[in-house]
Ligand binder design. Sequence first.
Ligand code: CU
Length: 121
Amino acid sequence: MKKLPVFLAFFLAISFSVSAQDKQTDKKETVKVYGNCEMCQSRIEKAAKGAGASSAKWDVDSKVLTVSFNPAKGSLAKIEKSVAGSGYDTEHETSTKEAYDKLPECCQYDRKATTTEVKSN
Ligand SMILES: [Cu+2]
């Protein structure tokens, strides 16, 4: 049996090291995002990906968004701003009333309590 052609072995070595780098550099974070349904889910995930997330998954039941992104290129804050810009309150960002009002009626979730509405415990 002949040896593997050198170029093929070289190509394999490079593709392995590239995928290993991706795994090392991508950061995974979770954040709460307020929303209602699957329509909200697709909007939230689209907004997160538009802000640089390599993957985004929002859970309808737990309202938790799990994102992966390259920390050299993006940040969770940037992703949250983008999600808030599409009408959804997140743990650290609050959407504008204008963006919220643009959502279909079925998607107008119960908004995050603002500081004035939070009762002292
Ligand atoms: Cu919805």
